[in-house]
Ligand binder design. Sequence first.
Ligand SMILES: Cc1cc2nc3c(=O)[nH]c(=O)nc-3n(C[C@H](O)[C@H](O)[C@H](O)COP(=O)(O)O)c2cc1C
Length: 377
Amino acid sequence: MESGPCKEVIIGEKDLDLLSFPIPIWTPEKDAGPYLTPLWVTKDPETGARDIGIRRCQVKGRNKTGILFGAPDRYGAVHHARWKELGKPMPAAIFMGVDPVIYLTGPSRFGIDELAVAGGIREKPVELVRCETCDLEVPANAEIVVEGEVSTDYVEPEGPFGEFTGFMAGGRECPVFTAKCITHRKDPILLGLISQFPPSESSMIKRNLLEAALFKHLTADLHIPGITDIHALEAGGCTAILWMSIKKMHAGHVDQLVFGVMGYFGMSYYKWIVVTDEDVDIRDPFMRDWVLSWLVRPEKDMRIIPNTAAIELDPSAMPPTEIFREPMGAKVIIDATKKWEYPAISLPPRESLEQVIKNWNRYELPPLRDVRIPKGA
Ligand SMILES: Cc1cc2nc3c(=O)[nH]c(=O)nc-3n(C[C@H](O)[C@H](O)[C@H](O)COP(=O)(O)O)c2cc1C
């Protein structure tokens, strides 16, 4: 598009002031200052491939913010490394207040244009406009766009900020973003995301996109059969604990699945990966505890893989005093599938249980809560 609602107001380099927006302090008395939680767009300088990602953005002055690259393998961080090799700052734009589908697809690692995926979900291309000061495109309907560049030859401390792990995180030396132009709608709405102690909007976004992206990767790309469900737990910010259920077909099936997951994230995401049988409802916390209780023989069914990349911002990976090192950690794989035929479930037949539930109101007892009939009963 030639132009769009996000360009109703255009403010040049000399007049712009990020602090004129009502930017929240999300964790009062603990955050280093006001933070935006925008979508960032960058391009690979060689291929021109676009990346969208959500990254925390500490507003440090009228035209200056921080940017935190949590892990070096993310496309945005890779773009930054490529611009650095060229000895040039990285052109970047942040945008806020777009179709929620773009917030759900943007932080993914599909390896393809996230705006195209958003368009695919909506069955309508995302309308884009070119930035005023750089060769980047942003959604035409955005409420607010800030164009500028990220330093590649200069870093300074960033944070702390209340993070998805449930802890404060900060103190890394990070690049800075210098704003060169702001465009916005008339009377724009500043959209932010709650991304502190889970559950939060951050963990909800990650749950939806990571479960879907992993399912696609494992089934459509790696052609692993038998997967019935994949569930990332919000208590772990959806990056620490992953449960999967499969119809196990051969001895290496569980490993095939687990290593497919770990390879997808440069060995960083998921400290705990549990695989169980297809008839377990892995979205039910009670059933997860039941499975760990009776389907796992720890010395045989649990394995630790030491010295892998740690999950970004995992506070157990290293003390905050060592923050400038790339964190290392370990993975625990739990094979919670049945290794032989188990005895029958110790419940009356399903039909009897269903009849009791159906007639419950007649028994003059307190209402039933959390009723579950395990599969296999
Ligand atoms: C609310 C929210 C905040 C996030 N903040 C950051 C961040 O500050 N730094 C970061 O590296 N990743 C952050 N992420 C994760 C990235 O958005 C995600 O890893 C990234 O977009 C995917 O990488 P890509 O650069 O390969 O597309 C955040 C995700 C969400 C949902």
